[in-house]
Write a protein that binds this ligand. Structure first.
Ligand code: ATP
Length: 318
């Protein structure tokens, strides 16, 4: 793409970040106008609308190299826009991001400012797209592919997301570590989540777990609104990191969680298993909760294949 500034298609979820995105958007527009930026903007009106808007945009503009599509919201909004572009054949349209959600894990993962106005300024200074890894998963029984920037969880982290999302009122969720709703969801999920049977297959190894508890396939360092599950995740290595934590008692789990938040020593625990791979297959024997980028995946018996692709981002490289 030429070094001249592109035209930005802003897809804004005004409800992200407990409506923070709706409040910050007018300030973003003031900046865009002051800096004479070419842009169009559209607001999402309901869950899933970001997918439709991005898909329709891609169908019309996938061959036009002058556009950058920017998701304004949280990790869920980014997820919708990424997948809408993919569905519309727009995998080559650069994707920008202004974090305005609650958790903003992707922004943390690529060291983008989590403060929306600072991230806007950085977006406007980018000169050319940067290719970064994106995870892809597909249920073996259907042909639908889903892309993800952050992570896919089965078991405990997904149960936390289900507990948090199911409990939210009018989408005013505050999904981050400091919120009482989040802590309540953690406790509820811990009490409800049972150990489950899981098969893991990578290009190098096959392993079976009889009491898997937390199963997270991640592209970035963080999940759950700033929890560094995989301190060494790399968005350019063409690989995904799978972390399997086996079921343990609550005191040991709290210790592990504190290690995750502080030292990263959780990876040395005998109940934590780490796989780094470009291809992965995960299968559960029974239906379990799932999450992708903090959004619910319907409870199901998982039979998923994962791989990695790369796509252009309009982002200052991590
Ligand atoms: N107009 C709308 N009304 C209600 N919900 C919406 C609307 N537009 C989008 N959504 C939904 O809002 C949900 C939350 O969005 P998002 O994840 O971006 O914000 P967040 O949860 O605050 O941030 P994060 O995921 O970073 O914690 C998504 O599931 C999305 O589908």
């Amino acid at each position: 793409m030429a070094a001249s500034r592109p035209t930005f298609m802003m897809i804004v979820n005004p409800f992200a970040g407990a409506e923070h995105a709706g409040k910050i958007w007018p300030k973003i527009e003031v900046q865009l106008k002051e800096q004479k930026v070419n842009y169009k903007a559209v607001m999402t009106k309901h869950p899933g609308h970001g997918v439709q808007l991005a898909r329709n945009f891609a169908l019309q503009h996938k061959l036009d190299q002058s556009w950058v599509v920017v998701a304004v919201g949280g990790d869920g909004t980014l997820h919708e826009v990424l997948n809408g572009l993919h569905q519309g054949g727009g995998d080559q349209i650069p994707l920008g991001y202004i974090p305005a959600g609650s958790g903003n894990d992707f922004a943390r993962g690529i060291k983008l400012p989590t403060q929306s106005m600072a991230a806007l300024q950085q977006l406007l200074e980018v000169q050319s797209p940067t290719n970064l890894d994106v995870g892809v998963y597909k249920n073996r029984l259907d042909s639908h592919e889903t892309l993800f920037t952050n992570n896919v969880g089965i078991g405990f982290d997904a149960s936390v997301v289900h507990a948090a999302n199911d409990g939210q009122k009018d989408h005013l969720k505050k999904y981050h570590l400091q919120s009482s709703a989040y802590v309540f969801s953690l406790i509820k999920a811990f009490l409800n989540q049972k150990g489950f049977q899981l098969s893991v297959e990578t290009a190098q190894t096959k392993q079976r777990f009889s009491h898997a508890f937390l199963v997270t396939t991640t592209n970035i360092k963080y999940f759950g609104g700033g929890v560094p599950i995989m301190p060494i995740a790399d968005l350019r290595d063409g690989k995904l990191d799978l972390v399997v934590v086996e079921q343990i008692g609550i005191l040991r789990f709290v210790k592990l969680f504190v290690e995750m938040l502080t030292t990263g020593n959780h990876l040395n625990s005998t109940v934590v298993h780490h796989f780094r791979t470009s291809q992965l297959h995960l299968e559960t024997d029974l239906p379990e909760n799932g999450q992708v980028n903090g959004e619910n995946i319907q409870k199901q018996k998982f039979n998923l294949s994962f791989w990695v692709t790369q796509r252009p981002f309009w982002i200052a490289g991590p």
